[in-house]
Design a protein. Structure first.
Length: 102
């Protein structure tokens, strides 16, 4: 079972030339595959970037929904919301005389 390689309709019978042509064709094929893979890398990168961006948007949306649900649940129970603001009670002003010693 030998492969027949023809150039311009003439069969090549020299096995060295036959093997050389096969190797050259395989090299061109692998170089083509390598170039195709390199050209596809940006497209794959863009796809990964879109996926990461969509995941970040989804997680942010879930976090916002979680906070809103937590706030509503706390209000339904009659508790204060979880993000309460604290008021600072200031001391009454003291006289600032210069003769005070600690």
């Amino acid at each position: 079972m030998s492969s027949r390689i023809t150039i311009n309709g003439k069969e090549i019978k020299n096995p060295i030339l036959k093997n050389t042509l096969t190797v050259v064709l395989l090299l061109f094929f692998f170089i083509f595959l390598l170039l195709a893979a390199i050209l596809l890398l940006p497209i794959i990168g863009i796809g990964i970037g879109i996926g990461v961006g969509a995941g970040a948007i989804a997680l942010t949306t879930l976090a916002i929904r979680y906070r809103i649900a937590r706030r509503r649940f706390a209000q339904r129970l009659g508790n204060q919301p979880f993000h309460t603001t604290t008021t600072i009670h200031q001391l009454p002003p003291t006289s600032q005389s210069e003769d005070q010693t600690p």
